[in-house]
Design a protein around this ligand. Structure first.
Ligand code: MG
Ligand code: MG
Length: 279
């Protein structure tokens, strides 16, 4: 009597979703969009974060929330990661040829990808196939992935760093590590999680926390990137704290490759830039 239709339906749904996602991987339906990462007050664009979308044949462009949760628990996420890496390297090589500038793209590594023994050869192989130097890529690794086993993570990151790859800690502030621990990692920048940026000037403690993160990062020689910057006020506040690099809707959304490429040539439109002085 306890066996209802619920669990069975749920299982069927899960299997159907898994099959659909495997089909999407086989048919190469995942596409990469590129969100500019910019220096505040500088309209030049030469760095992006790669963000994956599912170009669904019936439902159109779907955000990661529609598919990533169903992939993180299984090897599909590693396959997706490889497709993204290959696409990104091809795109960066194309942009570097076309624009003659050292374009860089940041790629997010999922938990399973980071801990896969193939990570280093996969990344180096993709760079080599497209004739790219290692500094064409930034690998974004979340604080929580690192904190599952900090010593093992440090060894993996040391190897990546020795090969010239740049490493950024993503979603910083959410993973319960301390800057003091991260000091011992071969990291070039911290990305302050968007949840903190959204609370700037709204929650007093958050403002103080972000200021502390920026000050301490700079003391440790780390660059700080703020995510999800949506208003000129947030940009200005970050600037006065000493955070000079940001991404978010204030500057640009994640764009399809053609539109992102146009920004490499033209820079950001003036209206989308933060004001030079506080309003
Ligand atoms: Mg990221
Ligand atoms: Mg992030």
């Amino acid at each position: 009597a306890d066996v209802g239709i619920g669990p069975t339906t749920e299982l069927m749904d899960r299997l159907r979703t898994r099959t659909a996602l495997q089909g999407a991987l086989d048919r190469r339906e995942f596409v990469v969009h590129y969100q500019p990462i910019v220096a505040l007050h500088d309209p030049t664009v030469d760095t992006f974060e790669a963000l994956v979308r599912w170009d669904h044949p019936e439902r159109g462009l779907l955000p990661p929330s529609e598919f990533l949760p169903f992939m993180v628990g299984n090897p599909a996420i590693v396959t997706l990661g490889r497709q993204v890496l290959e696409t990104v390297c091809g795109q960066v090589a194309d942009w570097r040829r076309t624009h003659g500038r050292p374009v860089t793209v940041a790629v997010n590594l999922a938990h399973r990808e980071f801990w896969s023994p193939d990570l280093l050869p996969t990344v180096l192989g993709a760079l080599e196939r497209h004739g790219l130097p290692p500094d064409a890529l930034v690998l974004e690794i979340t604080e929580s992935v690192i904190m599952t086993d900090p010593d093992a993570a440090r060894a993996i990151m040391d190897a990546l760093h020795r090969h010239g790859l740049r490493l950024h800690i993503d979603d910083f502030g959410t993973g319960h590590s301390s800057l003091n621990v991260l000091r011992t990692f071969p990291v070039d920048a911290l990305k302050i999680d968007g949840s903190f940026v959204r609370e700037l000037a709204v929650v007093e403690q958050t403002t103080a926390l972000v200021r502390t993160i920026v000050t301490m990062s700079r003391a440790l020689g780390l660059e700080v990137v703020a995510e999800c910057v949506e208003t000129p006020e947030q940009a200005e506040q970050l600037r006065t704290m000493g955070c000079t690099v940001a991404q978010g809707w204030l500057f640009a959304r994640a764009l399809p490759p053609e539109e992102a490429g146009a920004l490499l040539a033209a820079g950001l439109p003036r209206a989308d830039r933060a004001p030079e002085t506080p309003a």
